[in-house]
Design a protein around this ligand. Structure first.
Ligand code: ZN
Length: 149
């Protein structure tokens, strides 16, 4: 079994990364639209019900079921000590990708706020950059995704 790029069942783009976790589980992460799903994310399943219960309102709005009954959820993409990309907005008509860089925690920061001793970076929220729905890949670039993968 190997990982491959397939056509995205959500957006139809060709940059959907398919990963076989084990014999029964496959996950999909689309680099084109930034949404993710898996063979376990079936409409009506407990997993999806739990997701609905714990997700922010915006995530719930953005959930979409493809024609094979799999539910797609917007990704929250974190690279430790680099940054994160996540959805930011108020409704499915009005949202963007937010890319936030991780910056080192300084002595000064530690005076203002308690950070766990082994935490070296924090998210630089005030300097978040916003990207259009279709620009997920540009958002990933901000956090250095392409330096790693
Ligand atoms: Zn897609």
């Amino acid at each position: 079994m190997k990982d491959q790029l397939i056509e995205c069942k959500r957006c139809g783009g060709n940059a959907c990364y398919e990963q076989h976790i084990n014999e029964t589980t496959t996950t999909w992460m689309c680099m084109g639209c930034g949404f993710t799903s898996s063979t376990m994310m079936l409409e009506g399943s407990k997993l999806v019900a739990d997701l609905l219960e714990t997700s922010p309102e915006l995530h719930k709005d953005l959930l979409i079921t493809d024609d094979t009954n799999h539910v797609w959820d917007p990704a929250t993409f974190t690279i430790p000590a680099k940054g994160m990309v996540f959805t930011d907005g108020t409704s499915k008509e009005d949202w963007k990708w937010s890319a936030v860089k991780a910056i080192p925690i300084t002595e000064e920061d530690r005076k203002l706020k308690q950070y766990p001793k082994d935490q070296t970076h924090r998210m630089d929220m005030p300097n978040a950059k916003l990207f259009d729905k279709s620009d997920f890949m540009d958002a990933l670039e901000v956090i250095g995704f392409y330096d790693i993968y």
